[in-house]
Design a protein around this ligand. Structure first.
Ligand code: 1HN
Length: 344
């Protein structure tokens, strides 16, 4: 966007003359480049699970998980058409895997999370360790780790994929490799990483990894943490009770590019207006209510997914106890020193 003043013929002639030299005047661009407040193309948007699910199931008749490699419907922000982006930095999609199917082994520089929406008994194997996925579990597949999925259960399995696709694309640093086999060999028993890293201890001499070595956060455990705190917590007027999934080896975000949170708002609670520079992708885990984001009001039901763009005012209203899973680029912004929030 150039600034609003008309450009004189003399200046335009100058601009046209320097254009072939791949130069352009900053003074026409300066205020758009450094706006007074964040400007974003990303729009508030909500996908109702009830609307999306029939099409996801229909995709199961169209293509196998094996042929697709990953059978996913991308949740694309209407402000960024064609970019496979939910926000400027993050990707979201819904993946379906039917009983007996496998999604073959591969790895890539992009980091990913899976948040289970529906089903029971599928697994994700990450770097030689399987995690059996249950409803509302969170599973991480860090950058460059081998991963494959399979459904040994009796019903369809659906999860929300969150990846840092637009961020890695920004750096043009995307690499991927196919595995030699569909499956990877089990190199550790299920639960090994949680036994080793999930109990407030680390092996002596352990070099802290950039991503949480605890790659499976079962719903039963993090839900219990919320429940145990509920009676005694002082509710943050802007956030309710919000906990972050961290890397236990550093205390920092669970992955360098994707932060994860779980948020509980008790029945009848309305948050005060809040905004922050991180772009958030939110999923309803339990309860109903409303999300007011900028000028939009979205009513919410379990498994609905919605986007809060950077620096948009947000209010959340809980009709019942409302539990949200949120992923965002907060940790990435924090590590760059640019994250800000405003409590209104
Ligand atoms: C990917 O590897 C998965 O492993 C899911 O399940 C979604 C979207 C873009 C690129 C890679 C998966 C993906 C993806």
């Amino acid at each position: 966007m150039s600034n609003a003043k008309p450009v004189s013929a003399e200046r335009q002639a100058f601009y046209d003359e320097i254009r072939p030299l791949n130069m352009t005047p900053l003074w026409e661009m300066l205020h758009a480049l450094v706006p007074k407040q964040p400007a974003t193309r990303v729009q508030p948007v909500r996908w109702r699970y009830d609307d999306v699910r029939p099409y996801l199931m229909q995709s199961g008749d169209l293509i196998t998980a094996k042929e697709a490699e990953r059978r996913v419907l991308i949740l694309e922000n209407p402000g960024c058409p064609g970019e496979s982006a939910a926000t400027g930095t993050l990707y979201a999609g819904l993946q379906l895997i039917l009983p007996g199917e496998v999604a073959p082994c591969h790895r890539h520089t992009q980091s990913a999370l899976r948040f289970v929406m529906e089903g029971d008994g599928a697994y994700t194997a990450v770097d030689g360790e399987r995690a059996v996925m249950r409803e509302f579990d969170l599973i991480l597949t860090p950058s460059w780790q081998w991963h494959d999925h399979g459904n040994d259960g009796a019903g369809p399995m659906v999860w929300l994929d969150g990846l840092d696709i637009p961020t890695v694309r920004f750096f043009d640093a995307g690499f991927a490799q196919q595995g030699n086999d569909e499956y990877q060999l089990d190199r550790r028993p299920p639960g090994f990483s949680r036994a080793q890293f999930g109990r407030n201890m680390l092996p002596v001499g352990f070099d802290a990894p950039k991503t949480s070595p605890v790659f499976h956060y079962p719903y039963a455990e993090y839900r219990q943490a919320l429940e145990d705190m509920k009676g005694s917590t002082e509710w943050d007027p802007h956030q309710g009770l919000k906990l972050e999934f961290i890397n236990p080896a550093t205390g920092g975000p669970m992955m360098p590019t994707i932060s994860g949170f779980v948020q509980l708002l008790p029945k009848g609670f309305s948050t005060k207006t809040y905004r922050a520079t991180d772009a958030m992708v939110c999923t309803v885990v339990e309860g109903t209510g409303n999300a007011i984001i900028g000028d939009e009001v979205f009513d919410l039901k379990p498994r609905d997914v919605f986007v809060i763009p950077p620096w948009h005012r947000q209010c959340l209203e809980a009709r019942d106890d409302l539990v949200l899973f949120v992923f965002s680029d907060k940790g990435m912004q924090d590590s760059l020193g640019i994250w800000r929030e405003e409590r209104i």
